[in-house]
Design a protein around this ligand. Structure first.
Ligand SMILES: *Cc1c(COP(=O)(O)O)cnc(C)c1O
Length: 415
């Protein structure tokens, strides 16, 4: 039996991507208190433009030339963020007609927009065909509908097939492939689907495989990419035309919790170089696409909320802040996740404070689930100070129940 009692408890990786100066966190060169004054209210989300740019540059440097990067905008659909990403990456992945509108308004090139989702309504498919974007077909129903729409509008729908593979991305926070799934069409039924796409005269462009999300293990991601490539290579023999689009998914995770480490890109780059070489030989017209959401924007964002009260209760100090679960569901633990863990957090205007204390940070909602930090060691804070939740650039404002309990909505700014 091993005795782990001497090991230090797992800690968050340091959030050094945000600089500190004069005891304050800096957001793209501006002190947090100044950003807060500019915004004019708390709570708010702030997204650091320079960090998003740096993240894309870092990825491009680590991956072989020719790999296309798409932004899955459900991670953060704020129009200014989508506009910024549209200028940085090679395409935008949307999952609804609402997202499609934001992407088009932001200036994304329709030819480089793709649309996935298990329940596309007739009107959404029609909008997609009219916009000239690529539709990732996820059911036999969509083939017939797209054929009718193409005939009505007078030009063929551009389509790819979303494949539900027989494997999944190991160790993912969220599995989206393998076994029965509502996403895509089971791999064994894809040859029949491809025949129907050919018969319907749709413009077939390739395959979309997405095996899972929030993965911090490079080997697992490499394995899923290899298996996805091999499956696409097999299915290509049944396709009505050569594969031009080969979306191998994403799943790149970011460290949220104590003990999580940052994902290393070196082996993923090597693996993709290998797959790119094989693609050049065996599917020479195909471009490999990665679709990433949180990896591109998650670390660039913070949630900022102000301390409105300090309370002691039977030996525990509470900081009560002006926003919580209603704005940032995932940091609160998603309505009671089985084992709740803290996101990295700090007092953003007191980073140099030597005096530290253990506090729990709770939002203003009248429910014990409104917890942003459970007994965290932080710089000593006073009423009026700014609590910062890191790793908040993805699945924040748009993924939270803002109407719950009737508090004001959160603002979002790009800095
Ligand atoms: C949600 C989703 C993504 C983005 O996932 P992240 O974990 O944010 O990278 C990409 N592709 C598809 C198909 C998705 O559903």
């Amino acid at each position: 039996m091993t005795n782990n009692s001497t090991l230090p408890p797992p800690a968050h990786v340091p959030m050094t991507h945000f600089a500190e100066a004069n005891g304050e966190l800096m957001i793209n060169g501006l002190p947090l208190s100044r950003v807060a004054a500019r915004v004019g209210q708390t709570p708010f989300y702030a997204y650091d433009r320079s960090l998003m740019q740096a993240r894309v540059a870092e990825l491009r440097a680590a991956l072989p030339n020719g790999i296309k990067l798409h932004y899955a905008m459900k991670a953060n659909p704020m129009p200014a963020v989508v506009g910024l990403m549209a200028g940085l990456v090679d395409g935008i992945d949307v999952a609804s007609a609402g997202e499609l509108k934001v992407a088009l308004d932001a200036g994304a090139n329709p030819h480089e927009i793709s649309f996935a989702g298990p329940g596309k309504r007739d009107t959404e498919l029609r909008q997609a065909v009219a916009a000239g974007i690529l539709v990732n077909i996820e059911s036999f129903r969509e083939v017939g509908l797209l054929a009718a729409i193409s005939e009505e509008l007078g030009y063929p729908a551009r389509v790819a097939v979303r494949v539900n593979p027989e494997f999944e991305l190991k160790g993912s926070g969220m599995k989206m492939g393998g076994g029965p799934k509502p996403f895509g069409v089971d791999a064994e039924r894809v040859p029949q689907l491809l025949a129907e796409i050919g018969a319907a005269g749709l413009e077939f462009e390739g395959f979309h495989l997405f095996a899972g999300s929030q993965n911090l293990k490079a080997e697992a991601i490499c394995e899923a990419q290899k298996k996805s490539w091999t499956l696409a290579r097999c299915l290509a023999d049944h396709a009505p035309s050569p594969v031009r689009f080969l979306n191998l998914g994403g799943g790149f995770g970011i460290p949220y919790f104590p003990g999580d480490q940052r994902l290393g890109l070196a082996s993923i780059g090597d693996n993709l170089s290998n797959l790119a070489e094989r693609t050049a030989k065996e599917m020479p017209q195909a471009e490999i696409v990665l679709e990433l959401g949180r990896y591109l924007v998650g670390e660039a964002g913070i949630y900022v909320t102000r301390v409105i009260d300090r309370k002691e209760s039977r030996g525990l100090t509470y900081l009560v802040v002006d926003g919580g679960l209603n704005h940032h569901l995932s940091a609160s633990g998603n309505f009671g996740q089985v084992l709740r863990k803290n996101y990295p957090v700090t007092i953003g205007n007191r980073t140099a404070n030597q005096a530290r204390e253990i506090v729990s940070i709770v939002g203003p909602l009248c429910t014990p689930l409104d917890l942003l930090a459970d007994r965290a060691m932080l710089p000593k804070a006073e009423i009026g100070d700014l609590v910062v939740i890191f790793q908040s650039g993805a699945y924040g404002a748009s993924a939270s129940p803002q109407g719950f309990l009737g508090h004001p909505p959160v603002l979002e700014v790009v800095v």
